[in-house]
Design a protein around this ligand. Structure first.
Ligand code: SF4
Length: 202
């Protein structure tokens, strides 16, 4: 069975990562290096507790009744959860089709990974940062091309309501005008749910 390192499991989250009661499962490992990352502990793939899909399922199934009653389930975050697509697929086999499985993702992963994940996930919270390639590169240290291609492909699969794109105001990196432009571009691509918010830098 596939194993992965997790650096956090947070139960009983209400409407923060999906419609119902959810448990957030945070994987170690991330391809990005965001300047204001609040989960830098997730960057080291050697850190965290070892889990298999089975040990995770045994631990989180305690909330099964809540999940079923509220149309909730598990939100995979990180780090970058889609890097663990094999783990997520095996987890889906264990939990069955009634749990909502979401990924909170940057989508900055290979296309084949998104394709494989989409066969078992119900929805996405996409952390887009900024749609400008220059701002994205400056803030994350990575190219935005994979993100845009993957988002376009996901939207083409239909049911845009399953995708929420988060657009942050990032102090020192983008302006209100940049955020407005990002939102307009996303809307033109067919994104229906956009969550605009402010990064609070402490
Ligand atoms: S995508 Fe998330 S976990 Fe990864 S570096 Fe950026 S903020 Fe941190």
């Amino acid at each position: 069975m596939t194993a992965a390192k997790l650096f956090g499991i947070s139960r009983h989250r209400l409407t923060t990562d999906g419609a119902g009661v959810t448990t957030l499962v945070a994987f170690s490992g991330c391809p990005l290096r965001c300047k204001y990352c609040i989960n830098k502990g997730s960057w080291d793939t050697a850190k965290g507790r070892d889990y298999t899909p089975e040990t995770l399922f045994e631990e989180v199934k305690i909330d099964q009744l809540y999940f079923l009653a509220t149309h909730g389930g598990v939100t995979f975050g990180g780090g970058e959860p889609l890097l663990q697509v094999g783990f997520i697929k095996e987890f889906r086999e264990l939990c069955g089709s009634q749990w909502q499985l979401l990924a909170e993702t940057s989508l900055n992963v290979p296309f084949e990974t998104v394709q494989a994940a989409d066969a078992v996930l119900d929805g996405y919270i996409v952390d887009i940062k900024d749609m400008s390639p220059e701002i994205y590169q400056a803030y994350t240290g990575k190219d935005i091309v994979l993100v845009l291609n993957n988002l376009e492909w996901l939207l083409k699969q239909g049911n845009p309501d399953r995708i929420m794109v988060r657009v942050p105001h990032i102090p020192g990196f983008n302006t209100d005008e940049d955020v407005k432009r990002s939102k307009e571009q996303l809307a033109m691509m067919g994104v229906k749910n956009i969550d605009e918010f402010q990064y609070i830098i402490r």
